[in-house]
Design a binder for this molecule. Structure first.
Ligand SMILES: [Zn+2]
Ligand SMILES: [Zn+2]
Length: 338
């Protein structure tokens, strides 16, 4: 197990001080004998090798070290994910139902905690450098097309479906070569600004109704400007979904949820736990909207995956909605062996 935290970094030094203080409280009087250098070695190993500990509902409740799982390296497009079956950490494959046999550990990867695989390459690289001290050269970080898509605009020639990237200040479609005119360039800049403004601290002070109004306005404005798989578009669609669910505007929520799901599917592998969770969440929204066929279809598409990820008896099957069993009963899915 490696650990290479240095205290030259101010943020890491403050964190280490917090860690030392908590440790001193924990050991009480014995704290006088604490060997700071030894403690720093332990702290470094925790920082670089930690796993997010989760309860049966997959909520994060702390961090833990698993020497046998630490051999699994990071990838922003991992082949596995760590889930918890009660108190046991399990690595499940995300691309198929099982890992290839015989098991080759070098082919198994996981995404480190707090690193979002659906974030820009700069965001991921900064996080991995500052938190884990690694320069990532994973499959996704080397996939120029996927990284460009995350931030791309849509080609103004509607039939093209190409990705428009900013090249030397010009907005150029990589497929047909068409450039944005001044109006399109302004709209592109405005789209990004409007999305960023949704995350202003003062914006969160507004009422939910006001916030949702701004989000829906933003969805409308950015719809044809951002590329279909632009991750900022996903941020707005997901915010619109969450807002409509909270406001019980279920029909609209389903529309935004379906568009979000399509983008999640583009970036995540079929057996990714998050993809399963979001699909289940959308299914419950369909149920609340009275769209039972759609709910049933989504649940059928996911139950196999949830059982595979969390185990048949897992409480995780309830974690999207505490009334999951009632939903199943209402949808007459009780015979599915859950
Ligand atoms: Zn990477
Ligand atoms: Zn084009």
């Amino acid at each position: 197990m490696v650990g290479i935290v240095g205290l030259a970094d101010e943020k890491q030094r403050l964190r280490f001080d917090e860690f030392s203080e908590s440790y001193a409280l924990f050991v009480g009087r014995a704290s006088k004998k604490i060997d700071k250098v030894g403690l720093l070695a332990i702290y470094s190993k925790v920082v670089c090798n930690r796993f997010a500990l989760k309860d049966g509902n997959q909520n994060i409740i702390g961090v833990g070290l698993y020497p046998n799982l630490c051999r699994i390296g990071h990838s922003c497009r991992p082949t596995g994910a760590v889930v918890f079956h009660e108190r046991t950490a399990i690595v499940v494959p995300t691309r198929s139902k099982s890992f290839p046999s015989p098991l080759d550990w070098s082919l198994i990867s996981r995404c480190y905690p707090d690193v979002d695989p659906i974030s820009t390459i700069e965001t991921r690289k900064d996080k991995l450098k500052s938190e884990y001290f690694i320069d990532c050269h994973c499959e996704l970080c080397e996939d120029a097309a996927a990284n460009e898509t995350m931030e791309a605009f849509a080609c103004s020639k509607r039939s093209c479906l190409g990705r428009v990237a900013i090249v030397d200040g010009a907005f150029v479609c990589g497929k047909c070569g068409k450039e944005f005119d001044e109006k399109a360039r302004n709209q592109a800049h405005q789209s990004l600004q409007r999305i960023d403004s949704l995350f202003d601290p003062e914006y969160s002070q507004r009422s939910l109704k006001d916030q949702l109004h701004c989000i829906l306005d933003c969805v409308h404005f950015t719809q044809t400007i951002l590329h279909k798989y632009n991750i900022k578009r996903l941020t707005v669609l997901k915010a619109a979904y969450d807002g409509c669910v909270l406001e019980k505007r279920h029909k609209e929520a389903i529309n935004f949820g379906r568009q979000s799901l399509e983008i999640y599917r583009y970036y995540l592998d079929e057996f990714d736990p998050f993809l399963a969770a979001f699909t289940l969440n959308l299914a419950t929204t369909c149920m609340h909207a009275g769209e039972l066929d759609a709910a049933s279809q989504l649940m059928h598409s996911i139950i196999d995956r949830c059982e595979h990820i969390y185990g048949k008896q897992s409480e995780a099957l309830n974690y999207i909605d505490p009334s999951f069993e009632e939903i199943l009963a209402k949808l007459s899915l009780g015979d599915m062996g859950l």
